[in-house]
Design a protein around this ligand. Structure first.
Ligand SMILES: [Zn+2]
Length: 416
């Protein structure tokens, strides 16, 4: 089996210029004694917006790995793929995030539900799962309801998994099943039922990405009940250990947190849970490296700052269009978005401070940050003008990228 490491961390590199700066953060962590495998992720949507091909992600990653002499594992994630979109990812990816969110909630055929419930009498009743906060009680009707809601999604995962396994060889792929892009979170007991169904479907998932309680907006901190998240996360870890033992799922199966980046208030909770249980984790971050590029260009001043301001002004004028595809994962208060005139009067460090996510910094503006996060296609539109500026200011941009990943994400997650 192509085995995913115990700790892995997903990074997005939308314009394929920062793989080295990103990998440097993993090397800094390695020097602290903690080895985490980098996973470069880019979704079909991002490729479409930018006009890039999945092979470019692999190439940039490989170049960085060679340049820095990274000797541990690394992966390229076909992020949120479905049967319709997976094809162009197959050659260049080894990690496949199978997105089945669209099939959740569509009622499965009654015969399939009945067969599932009959096959799994162990799910019914009250069980104390070691490590869980309280005993789980599931009635026949509960299992039936959850099976009805999720069996189609699981069958979907099976179809996509078999398609990729057939194309690449089952032993050459890492499969993740993601259910995060849906409305309702999955409870730990629902997760147990879903894992039983995935095992029945022979999906050898190494990571599972449930939707957790609370809001995971892109590029900003978690909004929700931290106590509830902690209980849910711990219970999910217990459920996964239980499902591995009961259903023969891969022994390294672990939670994948599609964090949307910058979930600073969750990192200490996750760190404690991992330390207590010895579990592994995959943390996927969004393409916020692009924001570090903008921050670096602003800091650089000159033409870099000019372009950053242009992108902001254009984004503000097209806020509806830019935000529409991301409506469920951003919360922008438009009254908090300054006018282009205001922003044009800023110097580089002021612009950078508005975007750089340092909670409590007087210059930080989460609304500007979220708007720019979803505006990466404007940089793509700027084409070589943007890319040339990245190259000309490589050092200052790379510094932002490395520091952001290492100091604001890895340190609180893995070191404390
Ligand atoms: Zn996701």
């Amino acid at each position: 089996m192509h085995t995913l490491e115990k700790f892995s961390f997903g990074v997005g590199d939308r314009f394929a210029h920062q793989a080295k700066a990103q990998l440097l953060a993993f090397q800094k962590l390695e020097k602290e004694g903690i080895t985490v495998a980098p996973v470069w992720n880019k979704s079909n949507r991002e490729h479409t917006f930018i006009g890039s091909e999945p092979q470019s992600v692999f190439d940039a990653a490989q170049t960085a790995v060679h340049a820095l002499g990274w000797s541990h594992g690394w992966h390229v994630d076909a992020d949120h793929i479905r049967l319709e979109t997976v094809e162009r990812f197959i050659a260049s990816s080894d990690f496949f995030t199978i997105d089945v969110a669209d099939s959740i909630g569509k009622p499965a055929p009654a015969a399939d539900v009945h067969a599932f419930v009959t096959r799994h009498p162990e799910l019914i009743g009250t069980t104390q799962i070691p490590g869980a906060s309280e005993p789980f009680t599931l009635t026949h009707a509960d299992v039936e309801r959850v099976a009805s809601e999720y069996l189609l999604a699981v069958q979907d995962a099976g179809r996509i998994y078999r398609h990729v396994a057939l194309a690449k060889g089952e032993e050459n792929i890492i499969a993740e099943v993601s259910m995060d892009e849906t409305d309702a979170p999955q409870t730990p007991s629902e997760l147990l039922i879903i894992l039983a169904a995935l095992a029945d479907e022979k999906v050898r998932a190494q990571t599972i990405a449930p939707k957790f309680t609370g809001r995971f907006n892109k590029g900003v901190d978690y909004v929700g009940d931290l106590v509830q998240f902690e209980r849910e996360f711990n219970d999910d870890l217990a459920v996964i250990a239980r499902a591995i033992a009961l259903y023969g799922l891969p022994a390294n199966l672990k939670l994948s947190v599609h964090s949307g980046s910058d979930k600073f208030s969750l990192y200490p909770i996750i760190r404690r849970a991992l330390a207590r249980t010895g579990a592994g984790v995959h943390i996927k971050t969004a393409g916020t490296t692009w924001l570090e590029e903008i921050i670096g260009l602003a800091e650089a001043g000159g033409e870099g700052l000019v372009l950053a301001k242009e992108i902001y002004a254009y984004a503000l004028a097209h806020v509806d269009d830019l935000c529409a595809p991301y409506a469920s994962v951003i919360d922008i208060d438009r009254t908090q978005l300054p006018s282009p005139e205001t922003v044009n009067a800023w110097n580089g460090p002021q612009f950078a401070s508005a975007v750089r996510h340092i909670p409590g910094h007087p210059g930080f503006n989460a609304h500007i940050r979220q708007l720019l996060h979803v505006s990466f296609k404007l940089a793509a539109k700027a084409g070589t003008r943007y890319l040339d500026l990245l190259k000309a200011n490589e050092e200052i941009v790379a510094k932002q990228v490395t520091e952001n990943i290492f100091e604001r994400h890895m340190r609180p997650l893995f070191i404390g």
